[in-house]
Every structure is written in C-alpha cells, then in structure tokens.
Design a protein around this ligand. Structure first.
Ligand code: HAM
Length: 416
C-alpha cells in the first residue's frame, strides 16, 4: 500500500523548515514589540462556535468546514480560522477581568475544504492577532500597522492595503435594504452565486469576483455613503491615523470579506506577486462577537494572514534563511578514536555547542564529505596520534584556515 498525504495538505520538509522558522521568529518578534502575547487554543472546537461567529451563510461555514461527529456523537469542527477560538478562550477564562485590553496572537494550522490551487490549501497556516476590549480607531490602526510591519521586516514591499467600513447594526441594515432593492432590479442577469446572496447578504454581491457581476453593479450605492455618524467618524479617524503613520491605503467601498462578524473597519492586504489567490492578510473590527458568544459587550479588532502565501513571495524573491548547521564536525581518523569522538561530541552538545560526528562507521574521507554536506563551521580530525599528543588540527571549513587546539580545552575554544 502506498500512502500519500491528503489532497490540499503539505509536508513541510527539513529543507523548508529553516525558512518557516525564520519567518515565525520574525513574526513573534514583531508581536512582542507591539506587546501582543501568544494564545494557543485547540485545533478543534464545537461546530456551533464557528457557525455562530463566522456566520451560517458564509462559504466557510456553508461549504468549507471539516466537520464530523466524534464517537460520542458531538459535532466537532477543525478550526477554519483563529478569531472564534480566541474569543471563546477569552470569555471562558475571564481574560477581560484582569486586563481592560487583551492583546493576543496566534500562529498555527487552520483547515478549510477549498479547491486546492497555488496559495490555497486545505490545511494552511495563519498568523494573526486580536486586540479584545478597545473601541478606538487607534487600535484598528495598531493592528493594521503591525500587519504591515511584519511584511516590511521581511523585505516584502509589493503589497497594497484596502480598507472599508462595513457599518454597524444600526446603519448596515438600512443600507442593505437599499442595496437589496437595487440588486433586485438586475437579479436575473447576475451570476447564480450572486443571485443566492441578494436577500441574505447583498453586500457580498458587490464583492463578487465575477466580471459581469462587477459591471452590472458598478454604479450601485456603497456602504461608505450610508454610514451613521459614529461609524463615519471612526472611519475618518482610521484614515487620518493611517496617513499620520505613513501607511498608504485605498478605500474600497465594496470590500466586505468572507466572514460575517465584522463591524466598522474591514481591511485586506493583497499582493500582485501572488496569483489569483492574492490576499496576504485580512481583518477588521468585530464589536458584537464577544457578546454574541456569551460574553460582555467587548469591542475588538484583529487580523490574520496566510503563512504559505507570505512564504511564496519570499521564495520567489530567492530569500535565503539562515540554515541549521553544526559548529563542529568531529571525525575519527581511526577506530581507536571513535569512542573519544562520540563522548566529546556529547560533551560539547551538553555545553550548548552544536556538534556532529559519524554514526555510520564511515571512512575518514566520507566523514569529511559529510562535514562539508552538513556545512559545519569547523572540522576536527582525531586519531590515535592526536589522542596521544593531546592536540589536533581544527579546520575552518569556509576559508580553509587551520590551527592546532588542545583537546582538553575544546569546549572553551568554541565558547569564546
Ligand atoms: P481570512 O481572510 O479568512 O480571515 O483569512 C486570512 C488569510 O488567511 C487570508 O488572507 C489568506 O492569506 C489566508 N488563507 C485563508 N484561506 C486560505 C487557504 N485555504 N489556503 C491558504 N491560505 C489561506 C480570517 O481568517 C479572520 N479570522 C481574520 C481576522 C482576525 N479578522 C479579525 N481577526
């Protein structure tokens, strides 16, 4: 029997993990500098948590979730995103009691049964953050600025930021009615997908990727013209702060995003370096979600970004992450030295020095080849002669310089 990984999932191989680790470290560093703390939630939750948060009518809940009954008959779902779980954990653990504003971040796998293609997987990875407990535009802009800082830090400059305000529970229903009436007039000409959305979620029709839909809806009223005073003031403040921070943006009055929990600010970062799946990151404000899930009214804002899409850009740019390599490869010149080589390698490791030696009983020549293959910084050849004299020749493999070192003092040598 030949086993293959499941369609839409990927092995991240040892040759690829240095890039992942480097990027993850950079992301964690930025989160730390912005004072966001990591939260780790389970990868599966009760199905209704996601259905309730993301929205029954969204593509994610309607067609993409990995949902199954466990052996006790409970409906379980592999998390398709991180916000719902973070908010569930926030409520369950009373995080709001200790701090008026909880700033949390996560990095981890998410699951959506979408049609796999470049940049779209069924198990993919997101990094994201949530600022739970602040209604201010300053918080929205901190989230956006932090997202952008991550890309900047990694040398990615070819992206664009689109923002919108999707209103709140007061102004949005009124706007939806107006839009719905307009859409009804052309309903028959819209794509089947959009036709289905006219009644339940007319704003998604404006966000349709279908070119004909786009043409048909070109002159339709936009939410940005129907915001109430509170939403309009908030949006104006977000825009002026983005300008003050020197972050370029465009307003896209059609941007609604594929999750239903947003209120006020919604944003997306796209890159032309990606193919049709061009969204690097997305997020926004969700002032009603905590209450919806059983907590107190807690205005919040957050974002999430796709790891694989970010890595695709770095790979395309030929980005070379630092590789994992041993500081020293100790080679045994003869059998008499093998035990010394093994025990010394172990000793160095326990003193924090990355060391390697041969485990395959290979000839000295093959051991030296291995030292090169592993890109060891130094090699040290030890045989009966060296053990007797207590000294051996240490080679710097990159510039071929060499020097004699005292074997007794080998650990001290590498520590300096
Ligand atoms: P989202 O837009 O659904 O938002 O996902 C965020 C990012 O995850 C996307 O921009 C994309 O880079 C990546 N992504 C999504 N689906 C896939 C996939 N199938 N394969 C590869 N990458 C993918 C959210 O998930 C919200 N929770 C964001 C948020 C946080 N809003 C507020 N807080």
């Amino acid at each position: 029997m030949n086993y293959r990984s499941i369609k839409g999932t990927k092995d991240i191989l040892p040759s690829e993990t240095p890039l992942w680790q480097f990027v993850e470290q950079t992301i964690r560093e930025v989160f730390r500098q912005f004072n966001y703390k990591e939260i780790r939630t389970p990868v599966f939750e009760t199905t209704s948590l996601f259905a309730r948060s993301i929205g029954e009518l969204t593509d994610i809940v309607g067609k993409e979730m990995y949902t199954f009954q466990d052996r006790s008959g409970d409906s379980i779902t592999l998390r398709p995103e991180g916000t719902a779980s973070a908010i569930r954990a926030y409520i369950q653990n009373n995080l709001g009691e200790a701090l008026p504003l909880s700033k949390v971040y996560y990095i981890g796998p998410m699951f959506r049964q979408e049609r796999p293609q470049a940049g779209r997987l069924r198990q993919f990875h997101q990094f994201g953050a949530e600022a739970i407990g602040s209604p201010t535009a300053e918080t929205d802009v901190e989230i956006i600025a932090m997202t952008i800082e991550i890309y900047k830090r990694l040398g990615i400059t070819n992206y664009s930021l689109q923002i919108n305000s999707v209103g709140d529970e007061e102004c949005r229903p009124k706007y939806k009615e107006i839009l719905n009436a307009e859409l009804q007039k052309i309903a028959g000409q819209l794509s089947t997908e959009s036709q289905k959305r006219i009644d339940q979620n007319p704003m998604r029709v404006l966000d349709s990727k279908n070119e004909n839909d786009q043409k048909l809806t070109a002159g339709m009223p936009l939410i940005t013209d129907y915001l109430n005073e509170e939403c309009a003031t908030h949006f104006a403040k977000v825009k002026s702060l983005l300008t003050a921070y020197g972050i370029p943006y465009t307003v896209n009055g059609r941007l609604v995003r594929g999750l239903d929990y947003y209120t006020k600010t919604a944003f997306e970062i796209t890159s032309t370096e990606l193919g049709s799946q061009d969204a690097l990151a997305g997020g926004g404000r969700y002032d009603l979600l905590v209450k919806e899930l059983g907590g107190k009214q807690t205005p919040s804002v957050g974002f999430a970004a796709g790891m694989e899409r970010l890595l695709m850009i770095l790979e395309k740019k030929g980005f070379q992450p630092p590789q994992q390599r041993p500081t020293v490869f100790i080679a045994a010149a003869d059998d008499a030295a093998r035990e010394w080589v093994l025990t010394t390698t172990m000793k160095l490791r326990s003193q924090g020095i990355a060391s390697e030696c041969d485990l395959l009983a290979r000839s000295l020549k093959s051991q030296m080849k291995e030292a090169d293959r592993q890109q060891a910084e130094f090699s040290l050849v030890v045989g009966a002669t060296e053990l007797e004299s207590g000294k051996a020749l240490l080679k710097h493999l990159s510039d071929h310089s060499q020097q004699n070192i005292v074997l007794e003092a080998i650990a001290e040598f590498f520590k300096h």
